[in-house]
Ligand binder design. Structure first.
Ligand SMILES: [Zn+2]
Length: 850
């Protein structure tokens, strides 16, 4: 275990690798406590390198032997790698090392999960497998031989020779070590085939633990849809004879795009109607697509260094959003993405962990797999497409794939293909990659002699290390509505480049109502003085589904803020507008379900903080509960109708249509349960034949303060299904009364099924506590203490998950002095642990520096 903060690594220090690799041969002799890894690597000096030191990364390895061109050598070994004198000409490096996968609880490198061997190498896990230049700009072909008793032995590329005790694999596509993967175990497969556009036949497999075979069909369909979509939309075909997906229970992330051998957290691939919700199905479809799309945006074209992570992640998240929009409802996908962006990325961008989409320094790269790199990275691609147009985007992408295939690239390479295909100067646009923080966009308007003018000003608040900000390029999509609700100006894209800028719309008969930032065309916070009458008008008439939803959300938020700060009564105007929207059967039920959902407690806390008010988590919770009660009372007849009208008869299908109906019906049920004490929910629970209906009903029972016997029944029914039991843990904590949340969580950590070694279970428990804001921030500090206790226990085993979960504390400066003192004490207690990991040490340090 490494201790304390590591050295800081800077983008500006990038230097090309001293040696390049042409070929890698690896042999694994598997054994839980003592796996031997034999490597044979063909190196050649890099003519472009200035520093000629031969250094190979390596951590927690026992070196058995090493040789150069067949002659034994004795390298100089340190905690981080080795150096050795080498010829100034191509040479062959051979080494044998020993590692202990059974004792690897960090889940990075080669480790074991339920008796199965698997790997996770991104970002820097390969150095825990053998000595190697573990950096993404060193790309090579890999040939792998796996020796062991396990019936199934997989690696990247195409299969070669195999027999009972061994299997060989060859990957013809040069790749960096972070895309290496190995799996060996007692697995069963769900097979299928796919023929690519050019007629290539590809074998497809999803590999799972025996017993999970029935949960693979949906994932397989999603994979085939993704393969077709990438051919049709981006012209990208698959390039190997076989594509394997493996489900693993113990996994730090969602999934990993290793070449030809994607490894998935089992929660992100296993699906069945009985055990998965509609939300699970949609997420699984998106993650399978995401990892598959990486084959081109990430694998064939990779990142030069880890500062360029957004090059592959921003683009691939953008591509998977496009895919979901095409498979399901585009407006609903956009609204859902923005809800997530605001909840996770805006929160990060406005706190101590704010960083550029392309960071300029880090201590531990694992800490930069963030909402900013992924989600804001995707927003930047979306803005670029808006600015250049669809046709130019397609042309630029074609050039990107042609020019950079087989290369390790930078953001500069990416922007250059756009500059060359469009003739645009993107130097100002590039600030989106180098400036942290969420821009505030203020709008004023003027109306004179038939001309309507919008005056915009933009400002980005200071973020850590960046006191001054420059104006960014903002694509602002605007439409105008006439007084009768008709659109008098269809969506037009305004391109703002200055700190202040005005746009005029002449020749209008009457003062219009503006619909600004349609489709959420830029990731900014829009500030505009408006009235609730105007919001209700937009909710009723806006033709842009995003802004229609946004108007309802602003109306809800405004009323909630007044309830929180002034003790105001629930806003009758809001309830009236909500009723009219929900009753409009011409609107997609999924859209109406989103309109029905109130802003989250976290969202309200951030809004209050932005307005200079110290948020009180308890007051926010109470006000939100009061509004929910009022909605239930006021809308009861309509909710009853919506519930009954949107029951889906027949066999369960996770498709968009039935999912949308269930979303609206279950949204209605949650409110109705506040009226009938959970009677209808109990009925739904008893009759449910799928997890969506069962879990929704159980949630409603908990909201109604009931469900004790159902909670037990649910456990009894599902105790053998680890993924459903994760839901069981999370649900009880997420819906615990704030004063009891820490105690409920603590009791569940004593449950025999709780284990901190499984990241899914840990997140379902401690992560759920952090996700119950009024409970987590209860003023006795019990929530803070409990989380810190567990983070301290987890860190020596799994630094990556520990560090990531420290972000529960990232908003601490928002709160009152007492809460800040309590949180600071916990952060300092974590920081003072002897032997604290580099990951956690960096995160706590950044949060404390706020
Ligand atoms: Zn990814």
């Amino acid at each position: 275990m490494k201790d304390m903060a590591g050295p800081t690594i800077y983008l500006s220090d990038y230097a090309p690798p001293a040696y390049l690799v042409d070929e890698v041969h690896l042999t694994f002799r598997l054994a839980p406590e003592a796996t031997r890894v034999l490597s044979r690597v063909r190196f050649r000096p890099n003519p472009e390198a200035t520093d000629k030191t031969f250094f190979l990364h390596g951590e927690q390895l026992t070196l058995i032997s090493a040789a150069i061109d067949g002659q034994p050598v004795t390298p100089e070994v340190s905690d981080t790698g080795l150096t050795c004198a080498v010829p100034d000409a191509p040479f062959t490096w051979e080494a044998e090392v020993e590692i202990a996968p059974a004792r690897n609880f960090a889940l990075e490198g080669l480790y074991m999960s339920n008796g199965m061997y698997c790997t996770q190498c991104e970002a820097e896990g390969f150095r825990k497998i053998t000595y190697y230049p573990d950096r993404p700009d060193v790309m090579a072909t890999f040939t792998v031989r796996i020796e062991g008793e396990e019936p199934v032995k997989l690696s990247n590329g195409n299969p070669g020779a195999s027999d009972e005790g061994f299997a060989e694999w060859h990957d013809p596509w040069p790749k960096p070590a972070y895309l290496f993967a190995l799996v060996a175990g007692d697995l069963v497969n769900h097979p299928d085939r796919f023929t690519t556009a050019s007629g290539k036949d590809v074998e497809l497999n999803i590999w799972v633990r025996p017993g999970d075979e029935s949960k693979c069909a949906f994932g397989m369909e999603a994979l085939k849809k993704s393969m077709t979509w990438d051919e049709e939309v981006y012209g990208r075909e698959y390039d190997l004879d076989i594509f394997n997906i493996v489900a693993v229970d113990d996994f730090n992330m969602g999934a990993m795009e290793n070449k030809g051998l994607n490894i998935f957290n089992s929660s992100c691939v296993l699906a069945s109607p009985e055990t998965s919700t509609d939300g699970n199905f949609e997420r699984i479809e998106a993650i399978i697509a995401h990892e598959y799309f990486h084959n081109w945006t990430g694998n064939r074209i990779t990142c030069r260094d880890w500062f360029q992570l957004c090059l592959k992640e921003g683009l691939t998240v953008y591509r998977d959003s496009q895919f979901t929009a095409d498979m399901r409802s585009a407006p609903v996908k956009r609204i859902s993405d923005v809800i997530t962006l605001r909840a996770r990325q805006f929160r990060e961008d406005n706190g101590p962990l704010a960083h550029n989409v392309r960071p300029e320094s880090f201590q531990e790269i694992n800490n930069f797999y963030t909402a900013t790199v992924y989600e804001k990275g995707a927003e930047v691609i979306g803005m670029l497409k808006e600015l250049v147009g669809d046709e130019a985007y397609d042309k630029a992408l074609d050039l990107y794939f042609t020019r950079h295939d087989g290369q390790a690239c930078t953001i500069e390479d990416w922007l250059t293909v756009f500059e060359e295909t469009t003739g645009r100067d993107l130097s100002q646009f590039k600030r989106w990659y180098s400036q942290a923080g969420t821009p505030r966009l203020k709008v004023r308007e003027a109306w004179e002699d038939g001309t309507y003018t919008l005056h915009f000003s933009q400002m980005t608040p200071p973020t850590p290390g960046q006191p001054e900000k420059l104006p960014q390029v903002l694509p602002i999509a605007v439409g105008l509505l006439g007084p009768n609700g008709d659109e008098v100006q269809e969506t037009t894209l305004l391109e703002m480049t200055e700190a202040e800028q005005s746009f005029t719309f002449p020749g209008l008969a009457a003062k219009p109502v503006p619909s600004i930032l349609r489709g959420f065309s830029a990731p900014v916070i829009l500030e505009r003085e408006t009235t609730n009458a105007e919001r209700a008008f937009l909710l009723a008439h806006d033709t842009d589904p995003f802004n229609k939803w946004e108007a309802g959300r602003m109306l809800a938020k405004d009323g909630l803020i007044r309830m929180i700060t002034d003790g105001a009564a629930p806003d009758a105007a809001y309830l009236g507008a909500l009723q009219a929207t929900l009753a409009d059967d011409s609107l997609d039920p999924a859209f109406r379900a989103l309109v029905l959902a109130l802003p989250s407690e976290e969202d309200l806390a951030q809004t209050l903080f932005d307005a200079g008010v110290t948020p009180d988590p308890e007051a926010i919770h109470t006000a939100r509960e009061r509004l929910l009660e009022a909605m239930a009372a006021e809308l009861e007849p309509l909710l009853t109708r919506l519930y009954h009208d949107h029951q889906v008869p027949g066999a369960y299908s996770p498709d968009a249509g039935p999912s949308a109906a269930r979303a609206l019906a279950n949204g209605a049920l949650a409110l109705l349960s506040r009226r009938d004490g959970g009677a209808l929910a109990a009925q739904q629970y008893a009759g449910a034949d799928n997890m969506t209906q069962q879990l929704a009903a159980l949630t409603c029972l908990l909201i109604a303060g009931k469900g004790t016997s159902e909670v037990q029944a649910f456990y009894d029914q599902w105790q053998a299904d680890r993924l459903v039991i994760d839901k069981w843990f999370a649900l009880q904590i997420a819906y615990a009364a704030p004063a009891k949340a820490a105690a409920v969580t603590e009791a569940l950590t004593q449950h025999p099924d709780f284990t901190m070694k499984n990241p899914n279970r840990f997140r379902a428990t401690l992560g759920a506590l952090a996700g119950n804001p009024a409970g987590f921030h209860a003023n006795d500090g019990a929530g803070y203490r409990l989380l810190a206790d567990w983070l301290i226990q987890l860190d020596p085993l799994n630094p990556q998950t520990t560090a990531r979960m420290c972000s529960a504390f990232e908003t601490w400066k928002r709160y009152d002095a007492d809460r800040q003192d309590l949180i600071r004490a916990e952060l300092e207690r974590i920081a003072a642990q002897p032997g604290l990991s580099r990951d956690t040490s960096e995160m706590v340090g950044r949060i404390l520096a706020a």
